[in-house]
Design a protein around this ligand. Structure first.
Ligand code: DI6
Ligand code: FE
Length: 403
């Protein structure tokens, strides 16, 4: 009897991102078959059982298929915006000066505390839709603009709800240790609250898939971050870290010590931290949107990541202060132009390595049988076009879990 599938995409060129194949794992004359929302076959037409039967057959007319894109680092859910601070920065103020003067993250905290879940969802939806419109099928969303239990939980609920309202996989990260809330004068006392009240409440409500922190002069120290990570471990939650963005406090090494899924930013990371990440299998998440927007000059050590075989992901860091970016295509162009990443590194960075950075590599990020059938289908002649163009979206269609 012929094997039966729900849907078949044929006459396609596949960039499978398969790790055992060179470069992008390209298959010409490719075909993908889906059953029950998962990929049942991805490979050459010639290797597909000719007697197979499908409820629906889609002729891709030679278009390229990549895995659905993954934005593995965003702060998508927040209140207000910070266009006025952008104007101040254009007059010469630095990102750190604005933060120290009571602007920055805490100004978004004030706006987020005013917002209910419905407000947070309606504010985030246009941003989410922009990403989805470019083929994103998985997105990570952090809290961190509440800095009190109720608001952090509202942010995470809004993030979870976005994954029910739109056909997209949402992973949430609790970022209570993002900044010192304005009503609190002491960082250690706030970290006590994060570890003893906020994180337990969030974890018990099942609202977080991971725990993140901002380790930086304007945020939290190595010791304070380590306390947050130990508390996360007690709840069985994996960790990730905003590390070495504005200065090198040894964030990459601390992330590795806690077997973090990822360490993110990393502009100021040195070889010792890179080697520690390699040993721990921690992914380097590079965020060129923030580098560009706050006009950083220190680039992340891409050559060291290559030399030590640290996997690199790319993400938007979509947030109102340092990266109001809702385009992964543009993030790829910036990764190539600003950080000198190759086309393959950029494309792997928003697919396979993005999945790895979220602990989701078994489910998505490559075109392989058994994974969710998350696809992006493109009107392009070659994959490099996805990285090369600036402000152009060649997405033909998008498939999330087979639909
Ligand atoms: N690093 C960043 O780039 C964002 N958060 C963080 O920890 C900035 C967040 C903001 O400015 O609102
Ligand atoms: Fe961030």
């Amino acid at each position: 009897m012929a094997e039966r599938f729900d849907r078949i995409w044929h006459n396609a060129r596949l960039a499978t991102m398969h790790r055992d194949m060179p470069d992008l794992g390209v298959v010409e004359g490719g075909l993908i078959a889906a059953r029950d929302g998962r990929i049942a076959f991805a490979g050459a037409r010639a290797d597909f059982p000719s007697a197979a039967d499908a409820a629906e057959r889609i002729d891709c007319e030679g278009r390229w298929i990549t895995p659905g894109l993954i934005d593995c680092h965003t702060h998508l859910v927040y209140g207000g915006n910070r266009a006025h601070e952008f104007e101040l920065r254009l007059k010469g103020a630095s990102y750190e000066e604005i933060a120290r003067a009571g602007g920055g993250i805490v100004s978004t905290v004030a706006a987020t505390r005013q917002a209910d879940v419905a407000d947070l969802i309606s504010g985030a939806l246009p941003r989410l839709d922009a990403l989805i419109g470019e083929g994103v099928t998985t997105i990570e969303i952090k809290s961190g603009y509440g800095l009190d239990t109720d608001t952090e939980m509202r942010q995470l609920k809004a993030a979870r709800d976005l994954g029910r309202i739109r056909p997209v996989t949402v992973r949430t990260s609790f970022l209570g240790a993002h900044a010192l809330p304005p009503e609190e004068g002491d960082k250690d006392r706030y970290i006590d609250r994060v570890c003893q009240q906020m994180l337990p409440a969030v974890a018990e409500a099942g609202l977080a898939d991971a725990v993140d922190a901002f380790m930086e002069g304007i945020a939290f120290s190595r010791a304070q971050t380590a306390r947050v990570f130990a508390a996360a471990r007690a709840f069985g939650l994996p960790v990730k870290l905003h590390a070495d963005q504005l200065s090198n406090l040894g964030g990459a090494a601390l992330a590795a010590e806690f077997s973090a899924l990822s360490a993110d930013h990393l502009e100021h990371t040195e070889e010792e931290g890179v080697a520690a990440m390699a040993g721990a299998g921690t992914v380097a998440v590079l965020l060129p949107g923030a580098f560009y927007f706050i006009r950083e000059t220190q680039k992340p050590p891409v050559e060291l990541f290559r030399a030590h075989r640290v996997n690199m992901a790319l993400a938007t860091d979509c947030n109102p202060g340092s990266s109001p970016l809702t385009s992964l295509l543009l993030a790829m162009n910036m990764g190539a132009t600003l950080f000198r990443m190759t086309v393959a590194e950029c494309l792997l960075g928003v697919t396979r390595e993005g999945a790895r950075a979220l602990g989701l590599l078994a489910e998505t990020g490559t075109l392989e049988a058994g994974k969710w059938c998350d696809l992006a289908i493109w009107d392009i002649e070659r994959p490099a076009e996805l990285v090369y163009r600036i402000g152009f979206n060649p997405l033909h269609s998008r498939v999330w879990r087979g639909q």
